[in-house]
Design a binder for this molecule. Sequence first.
Ligand code: DGP
Length: 117
Amino acid sequence: MTDRSDCIFCRIADGAFGTDIVAENEHAVAFRDIQPQTPSHVLVVPRKHITGLRELEPEDGELTVGVLQLAREVARREGLLDGGYRVTTNDGADAGQTVFHLHFHVLGGRRLTEPLG
Ligand code: DGP
């Protein structure tokens, strides 16, 4: 398990690598996935280090709303609201989670017929 100091998404959120931030709010930042699976594939991550959905606490309610609002804002900016889009998260190794900082994939730009994320 990672903590903040060796977490790649914490470092991106802190601006460490100069990764382009697509959108942000008080609770979350959004940037493009390095291995896009769809024409538009953006990751939305909370600023707070949480390893995955299973670690969300009751006191993270405001953060959760902030993250989902940013996902919707990303979809709007990417022009996905008319055609539709998918928001997914992988929680744990069996689900395919590879980065252990909670993140939501915002996927769109084509018809989604398969499992993605
Ligand atoms: P998951 O499999 O749900 O844990 O998704 C992790 C995603 O993160 C995967 O689609 C690739 C992406 N990713 C991994 N490392 C980096 C990185 O350094 N920069 C960016 N932009 N994306 C990354």
